[in-house]
Ligand binder design. Structure first.
Ligand SMILES: [Zn+2]
Length: 121
């Protein structure tokens, strides 16, 4: 089971799925996990996938109960961590309008076609 997860993580890396999108002339950046069918918005400790949500909020309904961050990492966050570690993150720079459109596409259509076009360049 464990080796399967590692294999999947390595596969994600090989396919260049982690994209860092930085807003030009600013320090603002987000990470996107570019999946086959869906894109997920990531930061070092947040992922927009339902799996992450379930682990953080559903399994820990009592706020006082400490959330074990290590156990809360979904596949995408594990892939991000590994990509950062191995310096395999792909970086692109966009203006505010483009950033907004990418995010809007991910929220409304589950994946960004603009991002795909930018990465294809
Ligand atoms: Zn995730």
């Amino acid at each position: 089971m464990k080796s399967l997860t590692v294999k999947a993580k390595e596969a994600a890396l090989i396919e260049n799925r982690i994209i860092k999108i930085t807003l030009t002339n600013s320090l603002f950046a987000i990470y996107v996990f570019m999946g086959k069918d869906k894109d997920y918005i990531l930061s070092e400790n947040y992922c927009s996938c339902p799996h992450f949500y379930y682990r953080i909020f559903r399994k820990n309904p009592i706020v006082e109960k400490r959330v074990n961050i290590e156990n809360s990492k979904c596949y995408h966050l594990q892939a991000l961590e590994l990509a950062l570690e191995k310096d395999k993150v792909r970086s692109i720079y966009v203006d505010l309008v483009t950033m907004r459109e990418i995010l809007l596409e991910i929220y409304s259509m589950d994946k960004s076609f603009i991002l795909r076009k930018l990465v294809m360049r």
